[in-house]
Design a protein around this ligand. Structure first.
Ligand SMILES: [Fe+2]
Ligand SMILES: [Fe+2]
Length: 171
């Protein structure tokens, strides 16, 4: 997991705030996915004796546990997506207000990443399997945070320093 404290801080506080939120969302998602993965692997390695599953009530409890994981993961994926939409909208609004020259390229990159995130979210809606949990865990712990760090030190740094030099105020 990426530590927000170790990532470069930008000249505009609203951007730092949105970036911290994105890392927090991704870390929370990673923790929950790891828990779900461990629970499912434990269930596979230590299957309950047949008699435990004889009762319909016990079968229902088992189903509810995995449903609960699914719903929590779904909520965190939704939160990451909505927070990212807000994060990108705020930056795009800032670019428009300051007539930032590279706003088209920067916004295109945001759109690309939102499409990617939506695809990852769709995987979970279609299939909550072990392989999807593993795939999303890699997305939450590695692929998305690495993209974000790279975006912060390139496009976002250029934007923040331009706006700061031109009298922009933090939102
Ligand atoms: Fe950003
Ligand atoms: Fe950005």
């Amino acid at each position: 997991m990426v530590d927000f404290g170790c990532t470069p801080q930008l000249d505009l506080e609203f951007m730092n705030r949105e970036h911290r939120k994105a890392f927090d969302d991704a870390n929370a998602l990673k923790i929950l996915l790891d828990k779900a993965l461990k629970r499912r692997l434990d269930n596979r390695l230590n299957p309950q004796p047949e008699k435990v599953l004889e009762s319909e009530v016990e079968v229902q409890i088992k189903a509810d546990l995995s449903d609960s994981d699914s719903v929590k993961i779904e909520r965190l994926l939704q939160r990451l997506l909505l927070d990212t939409v807000t994060h990108f909208e705020l930056e795009e609004q800032c670019m428009e207000e300051h007539c930032f020259a590279a706003r088209a390229e920067h916004s295109q990159e945001h759109q690309r990443v939102l499409q990617w995130m939506t695809q990852e979210h769709s995987l979970w809606i279609a299939d909550c399997s072990l392989s999807t949990i593993t795939h999303l865990s890699d997305y939450a712990a590695d692929k998305f945070p690495n993209w974000l760090v790279n975006h912060i030190v390139t496009m976002d740094t250029v934007l923040a320093s331009y706006v700061h030099r031109h009298g922009g105020r933090s939102l």
